[in-house]
Design a protein around this ligand. Structure first.
Ligand code: UT7
Length: 314
């Protein structure tokens, strides 16, 4: 089996408040807080997606105590990176001195990190690598239409990373649980990031909101079932940080009253594929989730797609 052995996170310095946004588009702090729960988001001025990814990954690697040469797989979940080749993962590997990993980027929108985590988990279980670095990194500020109040208030920049390792001694129930994932391609035009010349993000916000609050709880519950963990026994729930109302609705429908629930959206906004590892790494760093407790990761978004699994954290 495999387990998460270390985590890292990184966000740019610059804080953009709701009042800052109200100075440039027709919005206000009360509307944003009430409809989304967002209070601030971080915006990268000089840093690239690679910078964000490499910093978070470097922290996770240092915390793992591994030598860079131990890492056999590096993957970066991102949908905002402007560079295609070399991949962001290959650039991260070069910066961290990881000599010869398979390195690739993975795009599954906001569900990217949990999809990448499952992909890396399967690779390690299959013996294709013993240790892997899984990163979610986004610079959504590059793809935001800053004149569109319905979306520019939502998004932020950041990165989170996890080192996962094969563990031959464990019994199979306390590592990374089976993934529950899928998509509804017929609703693929609900979230778009698709202009080849100047990518920019648009979405049918209400449709995504309805989908997330009515159709996703059973899928999250299925991830718990596949891991053999009752939702009521979860120590933590880290969903994609799209909107505080969605987070609260999902957790309520899931039935995890005692779990520590990630609400990083309030300070970071929606950081797409970075949101789950960022929120998870912060909770673990602050020791809000006890070591070894079962934590449901569940991400969803453009595609429309979802991916989630129960993990135990260091
Ligand atoms: O990460 C990818 C997945 N995405 C999501 O999960 C997003 C899911 N959707 C949402 O989180 C919410 O739908 C939004 C936060 C995007 C929007 O909230 P809403 O409660 O669904 O608002 P709405 O779109 O129904 O708009 C309500 C009103 C409209 O005005 P009228 O037509 O009622 O006069 C909008 O024009 O609010 C207006 N509005 C705003 N007002 C002030 C829209 N954006 C703003 C704004 N400030 N920033």
């Amino acid at each position: 089996m495999t387990r998460i052995t270390a985590l890292g996170h990184h966000q740019p310095q610059h804080v953009l408040t709701n009042d800052d946004l109200a100075a440039t588009v027709d919005t206000n702090d009360a509307w944003i807080r009430q409809r989304t729960g967002i209070v601030t988001r971080r915006i990268a001025r000089d840093e690239t997606v690679t910078d964000l990814a490499a910093t978070a990954a470097g922290k996770a690697l240092a915390a793992s105590g591994l030598d860079p040469a131990d890492i056999g797989l590096v993957t970066v979940a991102t949908c905002s990176a402007m560079e295609r080749v070399p991949s962001i993962a290959a650039q991260v590997a070069r910066r961290l001195g990881i000599p010869s990993p398979v390195a690739f980027d993975l795009n599954n929108g906001c569900a990217g990190f949990t999809t990448a985590l499952a992909t890396a988990d399967h690779s390690v279980r299959a013996g294709a690598a013993r240790h892997a670095l899984v990163i979610g990194a986004e610079k959504m500020s590059d793809v935001v239409d800053w004149t569109d109040r319905s979306s520019c208030i939502l998004l932020g920049d950041g990165a989170g990373a996890a080192v996962i390792s094969a563990d031959d001694t464990a019994d199979g129930t306390d590592g990374i649980g089976p993934v529950v994932w899928g998509s509804d391609p017929t609703r693929g035009d609900t979230v778009l990031l698709n202009d080849a010349w100047q990518p920019h993000f648009t979405q049918q916000g209400q449709a995504v909101f309805r989908w997330a609050t009515t159709e996703l709880a059973p899928k999250a519950r299925a991830a718990c079932e596949r891991a053999g963990v009752a939702p009521a026994d979860l120590g933590g729930v880290v969903t994609h940080q799209a909107n505080l109302r969605i987070v609260e609705s999902l957790v309520r429908r899931l039935g995890a009253p005692d779990a520590v629930v990630a609400t990083d959206v309030t300070e970071s906004g929606n950081t797409s594929a970075a949101s789950v590892p960022l929120a998870l790494a912060k909770l673990v760093e602050r020791r809000e989730i006890p070591s070894g407790a079962p934590v449901l990761l569940f991400a969803f978004g453009g595609g429309l797609s979802w991916a989630g699994q129960v993990v135990r954290c260091p």
